[in-house]
Design a protein around this ligand. Sequence first.
Ligand SMILES: O=C(NCc1cccc(CNc2ccc3[nH]ncc3c2)c1)c1cc(-c2ccc(F)cc2)cc(O)c1O
Ligand SMILES: [Mg+2]
Length: 214
Amino acid sequence: TQSTRPQRILGAVQQNATRGDPRSVVRAIDQYCRNQEWAMNVGDEKGCILDSVVSEVNPATVLELGTYCGYSTVRIASLLPPHAKLITLEFNPEFAVIARQVIAWAGLEDKIQLVEGASGDLIPKMKEQFGVETFDLVFLDHWKDRYLPDTKLMEECGLLRKGSVLLADNVICPGTPDYLEFVRSSPRYESQYFKSHLEYTKVEDGLEKSVFLG
Ligand SMILES: O=C(NCc1cccc(CNc2ccc3[nH]ncc3c2)c1)c1cc(-c2ccc(F)cc2)cc(O)c1O
Ligand SMILES: [Mg+2]
C-alpha cells in the first residue's frame, strides 16, 4: 500500500537522524524535503529566524498551533530551558501519529505535549485542562484563516500577558491578510516582519513577530 508524505518524512528521520539528537532530526527532515519532496515544514531558512526569536524570548510556556510532522515542534523544544513546556495542537490525526514518533525520536517527549483537536475548541480549555496561566510564545502555523480568530480567542481567554510574543508563519505565502492587517494596525500589538522565503523554495514568504502590549 502507498505510503503518505508524513510517513516518508518519518522514515527519513529514522534512517538519517540520531535518536535523542533533535538537531539531527531537524537536519534529516530539511535534507529530505529539499532533495526528495517538498513538505510544509517551516524549513531551514525561516527556521533560523524562529530559533532567534525562541532564544530571545527564552519562554517557559509555548503554544504551537499546527504540529504537522513535528519539525518546528522539535526545533523550538530543542532550544527551551529545562522545565519549560511546549503544547502543540494538531487537528489531523494522521499528522499527529507521525509527529509523536518524530518527537520521540528526538527524545523530547518530556518537554512537549501534543494535543489532538481544533484550536477553536482547545484554546478555551487551556487553563483548566492543561494548567496553563499564560503563554510566553505562540507559534501560529495552522490553517491560515484561523490565525486571527484564534488570536482574538487567546486574548479573550486571558492566555496572553504583557510581553507575550506571537510568531506567525506564512504571512505572505499562502498569506494571512486579515491577521496581518489586525496585528499591524492594533494599538495592542507591536509587530515586525521578517522577510524570508517559502520553505525549500525561492518564493517570498516571511514570519510576523507581534508582541502583545496588554
Ligand atoms: O496551510 C498550511 N499549513 C496549515 C495546515 C495545512 C493542512 C492541514 C493542516 C492540519 N493541521 C491543523 C489544522 C487546523 C488546526 N487547528 N488547530 C490546530 C490545527 C492543525 C494544517 C501551510 C501551507 C503552505 C503552502 C502550501 C502550498 C503552497 F503552494 C505554498 C505554501 C506552507 C506552509 O508553511 C503552511 O504552514
Ligand atoms: Mg507554515
